[in-house]
Ligand binder design. Structure first.
Ligand code: SF4
Length: 286
């Protein structure tokens, strides 16, 4: 299906957190509406496809709205939102992004995320979490190094498991190995890197997976689609082909008990550097 691409200014780029993000950050920031990784592996179970406010009836992965004024909107609302966090007694922490990827292929052309990050040099939040599936985050290393001197920066790279393909599903936006390499490059540049195994996929060699993570990242966050997909029992994901594909690889992986077993392995391999679920996304590791 051809991509429906349009440039659309946004009224307010900073969204006050609610739901899952409430314990993670004060705000979220989406440089784009829609996600062109929607047709790749992560898009199959992507929680955002269930958000009618975002999709407005469109098929996930087939549309992208470029928020052309994102940096200006950020600057315009910065003081007001910062004061709001002070009144709430919470740190001004931004999660970028929860319903798109900040480093989509289209970012090369439009530079929306980059413009926001540059604006943050002048108007820094107290904390910034950059969440991505894309190895293109590495292209911004110099800017991120500068930003890390002004804000508590954490780069979350999504690596859900050690299989590059799940049966019957499309390939990922970047291979597992390419994402590990991206983590390694970012960490060698002195940046704080967290691998997010979320939603956790079945692992063929859990010990080796977490050992590799321990070598290229500061920490790992493990989250299951149960408790993690915005429904109380994982029913959103169970309705997608992701659950069936996971089941085909390992019928035991569709339970929280599986997550807990993988958390045990991770804690053995990288003690003190393992986060679970929402608390993990908030930066709590044990
Ligand atoms: S990159 Fe994130 S927002 Fe985009 S399809 Fe994948 S999981 Fe969804």
């Amino acid at each position: 299906m051809p991509l429906d691409l349009l440039q659309r200014p946004v009224k307010q780029i900073l969204t006050r957190s609610s739901g899952y993000l409430l314990a993670v950050s004060s705000h979220s920031l989406q440089p784009y509406r829609g996600c062109t990784f929607g047709g790749s592996l992560c898009g199959v179970g992507c929680y955002v496809q269930h958000n009618a406010f975002v999709t407005q009836g469109r098929t996930w992965g087939t549309f992208l709205e470029v928020r052309s004024n994102a940096a200006d909107s950020y600057e315009r609302h910065y003081e007001k939102e910062k004061r709001w966090t002070e009144r709430q007694g919470i740190p001004f922490v931004i999660f970028c992004s929860s319903s798109t990827d900040p480093f989509l292929p289209q970012e090369k052309r439009f530079g929306i995320t980059r413009a926001v990050l540059e604006r943050m040099l002048e108007f820094p939040p107290e904390g910034l979490i950059l969440q991505t599936h894309s190895t293109a985050v590495v292209d911004q290393t110099t800017l991120l190094q500068e930003l890390a001197t002004r804000t508590q920066l954490r780069i979350h790279v999504s690596i859900e498991g050690d299989h590059d393909r799940l049966p019957g599903l499309p390939p990922p936006a970047a291979t597992v190995e390419a994402r590990f390499k991206a983590c390694q490059n970012l960490r060698q540049a002195g940046l704080r890197v967290v691998v997010t195994a979320a939603p956790l996929h079945p692992l063929q060699d859990p010990e080796a997976f977490f050992t590799r993570i321990s070598e290229v990242a500061d920490a790992v966050v493990i989250d299951h689609f149960i408790e993690g997909d915005g429904s109380s029992d994982g029913s959103r994901t169970l309705r997608t082909p992701l659950a069936a594909a996971m089941h085909e690889v390992d019928p035991n992986c569709l339970t929280l008990a599986y997550r807990d077993r993988m958390v045990e392995v991770a804690q053995r391999v990288m003690p003190g550097r393992v986060g679970v679920g929402q608390a993990g996304f908030a930066g709590e590791f044990g």
